[in-house]
Design a protein around this ligand. Structure first.
Ligand SMILES: [Zn+2]
Length: 468
């Protein structure tokens, strides 16, 4: 497989550190609100990567964190705490808020047919690992203790600017505001490992430096190293993680272990959303202004909004597959509608009179699609080839990667199901695959309440409208 490595800015042949076993870490959600579809695009990319590695015969240990500790609005250790703000908004405790949005996130993962990582770890359950890591960083001479926090001293880590190609002199001289915000930090790029003297912060733990709570970046270093070792193969996230979060993760981890941290870094691009479809028609410039979706900006689309408008969650998955993960994807209701129409058409294909019925032509087509996949996950090219061949057998062959439920959906003999019913069926299949029997039973009861008979077949859940 060829993959693009942010570390070297080149496409490289993928070779795991340990023979045939891939260890991979993906930055997970901060659970203070619903995920927006821009976040979900990143998880879909990571799911395709995971499935592609499995398809190519690798074993995988995939780890993802849940950020359930409160953090500040910006990466720069300032602003309001998102969790506390969310808890206030909803009249919940921060703990209740975190669990509520963690379950909502899991539900989104199921509806999008995203496979569950082997390890999902909550930050609040790994505070000891984080404290130990901060101690190691201090012992190795890369940190300092100030009244408000224990900081990482970026001047002690000469490689600090390399990963994101940062211009540190520019940061200091050009952004006057940032120098004023220096406060007790020795350098504007220094970042908090452990916050102190914030008695009003609701989540607090004891530490050798006094009660406080961890900085955001330290959790990913601590948990990835705990589950995957000091050095592992792949680390993923969104492109917005490159200049601060992942830069800081590399600094902390390598300062603690003295070894190169991660071999391949992979990043998914933004989803762009035009303000409204009408704007787009009247003013070309608004397309350029299309906003990056951000959870902090209160104005965002969730998967539930798409479902409420009659869209199948898998249509959104299919839309994401039509763009390369390293290209920006412009979302609009029109493109989502086309994706849904395209998906419906694929579901009408059957094994009868398949254009690739002879072994040889099937094998040639399969090789072609596989090399698109293995060329840095070129899903738009895969989808293009699959649509051109128009073969049920070929779509089914690659569905373990695409995750569009081709087999189950096209063999359905109960006609077209309402979107919300189909979403529940997919979610239940996913729950059963990850052996979450309680959720599977809940969904069955929901479907029964909606007037369906529910059964289990080798290809998954079957539903039939009960006759009145
Ligand atoms: Zn992270």
């Amino acid at each position: 497989m060829q993959i693009y490595n942010t570390l070297t800015r080149t496409k490289e042949e993928f070779e795991p550190i340990e023979d045939n076993h891939v260890r991979m870490y993906c930055c997970g959600p901060t659970v203070y609100n619903y995920a927006h579809i821009g976040n979900l695009r990143t998880y879909i990319f990571e799911d395709i990567l995971r499935r592609a590695l499995l398809f190519n015969g690798y074993k995988i240990t995939h780890c993802m964190n849940i950020t359930d500790v409160g953090h500040l609005e910006s990466d720069a250790d300032e602003g309001e705490d998102k969790m506390e703000k969310g808890a206030m908004r909803e009249g919940l405790t921060v703990w209740e808020l975190a669990r509520k949005y963690e379950s909502a996130w899991m539900e989104d993962m199921n509806r999008l047919n995203i496979e569950r990582p082997e390890v999902i770890c909550r930050a609040t359950e790994h505070i000891t690992s984080m404290i130990n890591l901060v101690q190691k960083i201090l012992d190795n001479g890369y940190g300092y203790i100030a009244p408000g926090a224990v900081y990482f001293d970026t001047t002690k880590f000469p490689k600090y600017a390399d990963f994101a190609h940062l211009d540190l002199s520019g940061l200091q001289a050009g952004a006057g505001g940032r120098v004023q915000l220096l406060g007790e930090k020795k350098h504007p790029n220094d970042f908090a490992l452990w916050f102190l003297n914030k008695p009003r912060h609701i989540m607090q733990w004891d530490s050798p430096w006094g009660p406080g709570y961890p900085g955001w970046h330290i959790e990913c270093s601590a948990m990835s190293m705990q589950y995957l070792g000091d050095q592992f193969d792949i680390h993923c996230g969104g492109v917005d993680h490159i200049p601060v979060h992942h830069t800081n993760e590399i600094a902390q981890s390598e300062a603690a272990s003295g070894k190169p941290f991660v071999k391949y870094w992979m990043h998914g691009e933004f989803l762009l959303v035009s303000k409204t479809d009408d704007d787009k028609k009247t003013d070309k410039n608004t397309q350029e202004e299309a906003a990056k979706m951000s959870k902090s900006s209160e104005n965002f689309l969730t998967l539930q909004v798409l479902i409420d408008k009659g869209f199948d969650p898998l249509a959104y998955r299919y839309l994401c597959l039509q763009a390369h993960y390293r290209s920006e994807l412009r979302f609009s209701w029109d493109t989502l509608q086309s994706a849904q129409n395209g998906l419906r058409r694929i579901y009408t294909l059957t094994a009868d009179s398949d254009p690739l019925s002879d072994e040889e032509s099937f094998k040639a087509a399969r090789d072609e699609v596989l090399s698109a996949l293995n060329d840095d996950l070129n899903t738009p090219q895969m989808v293009g080839l699959l649509n051109r061949h128009n073969s049920f057998k070929l779509w089914r062959e690659f569905d373990p990667i695409l995750g569009l439920n081709i087999e189950a959906r096209s063999r359905r003999d109960d006609g077209e199901l309402p979107v919300e019913v189909q979403a529940l069926v997919d979610e239940r299949n996913q729950a059963r695959k990850s052996k979450n029997w309680a959720l599977s039973d809940d969904i069955r009861n929901k479907l029964i309440d909606m007037g369906y008979e529910v059964g289990d077949s080798p290809t998954g859940t079957t539903v039939k409208k009960k006759l009145l």
